[in-house]
Each structure stands twice: as structure tokens, then as C-alpha cells.
Design a protein around this ligand. Structure first.
Ligand SMILES: [Zn+2]
Length: 258
């Protein structure tokens, strides 16, 4: 953490960061933003933050009529990667079953066809994404199977460890700047940084120093406090490109039995 970080950063993370520094380590952070559909003022603000702080950004986008314009806008931004954020981001779960666009009854063939059509839509818009981010972080088993034969090499959902295998690598986000109950709003510095401290302690105690932590943002839902915090956070911590963390991924675990 840079020494110019606000006092609250040092109060919450200082002790944990000292333990990491003593071991010659620093947390590996990456950044994913969800729900981009078009160039907007909020997107410009997001890209400007990424540029100003030299922070690589993975932008999970939804196919639609404005995708070509979005791709062109992002092309002008350094270190921004476009990912696929679902087929069309429409909830199909029955009431009371949470949110997700793939339901239990969907066949592998149907999911595979949706995936191919979506990848094609991104290709036509001029992007070549290799990462799929399921809407609402709802990762259906059919999707995991379908990515095998596709252009998608990695998946990102929420709160799991980095994994390889089953057709795609996995690199999740863990730190959401927003809380969602009753409408998206800033989670608060104390809550966000306390969760980061807990995740760091978990990694330190299990010796998984290289397990990345993903910061999750939704630029269309940020209030002023969220933008201000993001600015402080990106000034305090270096961010790594998603692709670099995947290259450094641990080897696939060997099967336990032959
Ligand atoms: Zn979304």
C-alpha cells in the first residue's frame, strides 16, 4: 500500500499488510467491472480512472445494438479488456430462486448455441473476448461444459479461489464496492476494507499468497461515495491485468487416483 493512503486504510489493513511485507509479499489484485452495454459518461469516468491509475481493467459487456460503439470506445483506452457478460443478461430463474439466465432445465445444446451466438456477436462488433462472466455470478454447470469447445478460455464469478480445469480457467472477483440490498449503493470503506483484511488473512494463514483478489465494480450504479473510494483505492494499491494472473496460475491438480 502506498504511504499516501488515507488513515482508514492504514487502520484496517496496516497490521495485515505488515505481516505480508515481512514475508516479502503483497496482495495480488485485479479489477472487473460489470454491465457495460454502451459508451456512457459513467464509462468515460471509469476508463479515466483506469488510465490515471495505470490500473488494467476487465470490462464485462452485454451484446446489443451499442456493442460496436462500446468496443470502439474501449479500443482507445489502454489496458482495458472486454469480457462477455452473459447471453443477454435477462433473469430466467423462477421466483424465489435467485437470479440467473440459465435454468436447471436448459440443455447443454441450447446453452452451447447461446454461447456460440454471443461470441459471434462480439466478434462482429470487433472484440475477441476470451473471458465469460455469468450475470449475477450465477455459474450454471451447463455453461462450464459448453465453454470447452468455444473461444472462451476463462470464467469469472464470485468468491472462489483460482482454479483450472473443466475446459476453462477460473478467476473470480471477491470485493464488491457496492451493496445491493434495497438498490446498489456504496458498501462503505470500513466494510470493504475489513473484508479485504479477512481475505488477506485467509490467504496468509493457508500460505496461498498468490491467490488473487478481484475488485468488483458496476460503473452504471456508482454513487459519488463509490467513485471517491475507487479513486483512493486505485491510488493505494497496484492492480494486475487479468491475463497476467492467469498466466501465473497454479498447475492443474493431479488426480487423486489413476
Ligand atoms: Zn450484471
Amino acid at each position: 500500500m502506498r504511504s499516501s493512503a488515507p488513515l482508514v486504510f492504514r487502520l484496517i489493513l496496516g497490521r495485515e499488510l505488515r505481516l505480508w511485507a515481512r514475508a516479502g509479499r503483497a496482495p495480488l489484485l485485479w479489477w472487473r467491472d460489470d454491465d457495460a452495454r454502451a459508451p456512457t459518461e459513467a464509462l468515460d469516468r471509469l476508463l479515466e480512472l483506469s488510465r490515471r491509475h495505470n490500473a488494467p481493467l476487465t470490462l464485462a459487456a452485454i451484446a446489443g445494438p451499442h456493442l460496436p460503439a462500446l468496443v470502439r470506445r474501449v479500443e482507445a483506452a489502454p489496458a482495458v479488456e472486454i469480457a462477455i457478460h452473459g447471453f443477454n443478461h435477462i433473469n430466467r430463474q423462477p421466483p424465489g430462486r435467485g437470479f440467473g439466465e440459465i435454468v436447471a432445465e436448459d440443455s447443454l445444446e441450447w446453452v452451447g448455441a447461446q454461447l456460440r451466438a454471443t461470441v459471434m456477436a462480439f466478434h462482429r462488433a470487433g472484440a475477441r473476448p476470451t473471458l465469460f462472466v455469468p450475470p449475477w455470478n450465477n455459474l450454471a454447470p451447463q455453461l462450464l461444459e459448453a465453454v470447452g469447445g468455444s473461444a472462451i478460455t476463462a470464467i469469472s464469478a464470485f468468491d472462489e479461489n483460482r482454479q483450472s480445469g473443466q475446459g476453462a480457467m477460473r478467476l473470480d472477483a471477491h470485493l464488491d464496492v457496492l451493496r445491493w440490498k434495497g438498490g446498489g449503493r456504496f458498501r462503505g470503506r470500513w466494510r470493504f476494507l475489513s473484508r479485504m483484511r479477512r481475505l488477506m488473512a485467509k490467504r496468509r494463514l493457508s500460505g496461498r499468497w498468490d491467490e488473487p483478489m478481484g475488485v468488483l465494480t458496476h460503473h452504471l450504479d456508482h454513487d459519488a461515495a463509490t467513485w471517491a473510494f475507487l479513486d483512493e483505492f486505485l491510488a493505494a494499491f497496484p492492480i494486475h491485468a487479468r491475463a497476467d494472473l492467469m498466466l501465473a496460475a497454479p498447475p492443474e491438480r493431479e488426480a487423486l487416483s489413476a
